[in-house]
Design a protein around this ligand. Structure first.
Ligand SMILES: [Fe+2]
Ligand SMILES: [Fe+2]
Length: 173
């Protein structure tokens, strides 16, 4: 069977994440614009680290999906992993092998703990998220990135430019 294009996966992920998301998905720091940029970074890192792009797509759209606030929410990654397990049981999250699914859950559980070492799949997920720190005024620090690709000054500069452009476009609340 021919695999479905990743754009279908993203639409499916949005269909399950958006209705249950508790925060402002259009104007918050952890909403759709962030998920989309994490996916943009993730898809490039997936190609460079030879990781399944579907894993990075699910990470992008799920990792902050269970946040209960925009600040410190230490267990949102663990709740995202639990949410993913439910999607797997309901046969919605079907694109990953058992091992890839384990990596996805581990990447989500640990994504805000500052780790920089692990399987390529985990490091790709964490860097995809951290490259988007410019949206909250933080320039990604190479010391806290996990891959040579993300640590490249050109990658960081491009990621920061992208968040600056997004901040200019964001309407004032
Ligand atoms: Fe997060
Ligand atoms: Fe995030």
């Amino acid at each position: 069977m021919k695999p479905r294009p990743l754009s279908d996966l993203v639409r499916k992920a949005l269909r399950v994440v958006e209705p249950q998301f508790r925060l402002d998905r259009h104007h918050g720091h952890h909403g759709i614009a962030h998920w989309s940029r994490v996916w943009l970074h993730g898809r490039r890192l997936a190609a460079e680290l030879d990781v399944a792009p579907a894993l990075l797509a699910w990470f992008a759209y799920l990792h902050d999906s269970q946040r209960e606030n925009e600040g410190i929410d230490a267990t949102h990654g663990a709740r995202a992993a639990d949410f993913a397990v439910g999607l797997r049981r309901r046969r919605i999250l079907t694109e990953l092998s058992p091992r890839e699914f384990e990596w996805l859950c581990e990447a989500m559980r640990l994504h805000s703990d500052g780790h920089v070492e692990g399987e390529p799949a985990l490091r790709a997920c964490w860097d995809a998220d951290r490259l988007d720190l410019g949206r909250v005024g933080i320039r990604p620090d190479p010391a806290y990135l996990c891959t040579d690709s993300a640590r490249d000054p050109r990658t960081i500069a491009a990621a920061v430019r992208r968040t600056h452009a997004a901040r200019r476009r964001r309407p004032r609340a």
